[in-house]
Design a protein around this ligand. Structure first.
Ligand SMILES: Cc1cc2nc3c(=O)[nH]c(=O)nc-3n(C[C@H](O)[C@H](O)[C@H](O)COP(=O)(O)OP(=O)(O)OC[C@H]3O[C@@H](n4cnc5c(N)ncnc54)[C@H](O)[C@@H]3O)c2cc1C
Length: 418
């Protein structure tokens, strides 16, 4: 599917072409040539190190790392727009692998903004030197996910993961699950409660936690239906001892997460998801022009052409919305946050429908693993639940549109009474 490029700066067009070539030359041959690889149930064997090394060689693993450490910094005026372009192209290649890289981009940016200089000097060079070095961002807990996205700002809805300062060391206890790159990461940003007397917005802190910290265990790799190369993981902290200076933001970490992580992160997610839809469209467009039923290629049956047009319209609407929203974020427009939340909902719903249409237009062949069409559908089905569910995001949209009438959350009943 061709893209509208008018009005885009030359650098963005070049970036798109570079990423597109990488996907066509490296990702697609690997993913299509090894369809069984994503199904390996040993996450270490599934981990596509060869792809990571290839991405590293072209600078796609270290985006967001300051140049003085050997990373790749994007022009701040076009940062979100550039990330959108890169993510769309990488999502067109493989959603799970795109997630792997995207975590590094998002978290490198977060580290740049929140980690003290001496720890940046320690960790960024390690990240740059080691092509297998991945980052993870651990917020979600078994009891507490949507509550964090709304958020319920009441003490009884606080995080279960606690951090206590004892004898000059932070001691972390708790469990984080559903964490992207969680199984493979060498460095984590972890959120924990540091003040149980107040709500989550005022009593949650963020920490830099190296994987080899005593008391940290990577408990499992979650076997997901889509995005399988991402190796989503679960992390347990059992008297995990951290030096005092590994505290990043004390008490107000969740308040600052939107700017430091979530807003660019959700642009990346929407764009990556768009890429999945584009791949489904491209495969379907090729198929209906080749495959014959009723004595003619499928595309010459008008009902098929109409379905294909519907797919194209949906993707174009996501792309236009994405571009507008990324521009708004780069320009620092006040409404950018709300646009991003709307984009998340729109992109996850429309791309999933596109992938469903792709399945339908392939008929029974669409359900066969060897065709690769069901993979797009599985990958697209992950997105509605990432970075806040569709319903929670929709709730947030209405809350910000009608703060007086829809803006007050009940919270747990005990807090309601106070
Ligand atoms: C592939 C993947 C990658 C992820 N990566 C990360 C990561 O890197 N780091 C991280 O910290 N987290 C990560 N997550 C977690 C993700 O952010 C959560 O899954 C998401 O916030 C939803 O939480 P939950 O799945 O626990 O759903 P729940 O919060 O348990 O919600 C279940 C259902 O109840 C609904 N619901 C919940 N509360 C309300 C309410 N108050 N009103 C109405 N409806 C409600 C939800 O909309 C949903 O339909 C990832 C998740 C996935 C699937």
């Amino acid at each position: 599917m061709e893209f509208q490029t008018f009005g885009q700066p030359e650098e963005l067009l070049l970036m798109r072409q570079t990423c597109r070539d990488f996907v066509d030359d490296v990702i697609h041959p690997f993913v299509r040539g090894n369809p069984e690889r994503e199904w390996l149930f040993d996450p270490d064997k599934r981990f596509p190190l060869e792809l990571l090394e290839a991405a590293d060689k072209v600078g796609l693993r270290t985006i967001g790392v300051p140049e003085k450490f050997g990373g790749v910094m994007l022009d701040p005026e076009h940062e979100a727009q550039t990330l959108a372009i890169i993510s769309e192209e990488m999502g067109r290649g493989d959603s799970g692998f795109a997630d792997k890289l995207a975590q590094n981009w998002k978290i490198s940016r977060l580290l740049r903004l929140t980690v003290p200089d001496h720890l940046q000097e320690k960790w960024f060079p390690r990240l740059v030197e080691d092509p297998s070095f991945l980052l993870a961002h651990a917020l979600t807990e078994p009891r507490g996910a949507s509550d964090r996205w709304l958020p319920y700002n009441a003490p009884s809805a606080n995080m279960d993961t606690r951090a206590i300062l004892e004898n000059g060391q932070w001691v972390l206890n708790g469990r984080k699950h559903f964490i992207s790159n969680g199984f493979d990461a060498k460095l984590f940003v972890v959120y924990a409660n540091t003040n149980p007397e107040v709500g989550i917005l005022d009593g949650s802190s963020s920490f830099l936690v190296p994987r080899d910290t005593p008391g940290l265990t990577v408990a499992r790799c979650n076997e997901t239906m889509g995005g399988r190369y991402m190796n989503n993981g679960e992390i347990v902290f059992d008297d995990c001892m951290l030096p005092e200076d590994h505290l990043l933001i004390r008490d107000t970490a969740l308040q600052k997460k939107t700017d430091t992580y979530s807003n660019p992160g959700r642009i990346i997610q929407a764009a990556k998801n768009l890429g999945v839809g584009v791949a489904a469209f491209d495969d379907t467009a090729a198929y209906v022009q080749e495959y014959v039923q009723g004595g003619r290629p499928l595309i010459q049956h008008q009902a098929v052409a109409v379905r294909l047009a519907d797919m194209a319209i949906k993707l174009e609407s996501v792309r236009c919305f994405l571009r507008q929203t990324a521009q708004a974020l780069d320009a620092g427009v006040a409404e950018a946050g709300q646009m991003i939340t709307m984009l998340k909902v729109h992109a996850s719903e429309e791309v999933l429908k596109v992938c469903q249409q792709a399945m339908e237009l392939h008929g029974g062949a669409g359900t066969m693993l060897e065709m690769g069409i069901e993979k797009h559908f599985r990958d697209a089905a992950m997105f509605p639940h990432m970075d806040g569910t569709v319903d929670i995001s929709s709730f947030k949209i209405i809350k910000s549109m009608f703060p007086c009438t829809a803006g007050t959350y009940a919270g747990p009943e005990t807090d309601l009474k106070s």
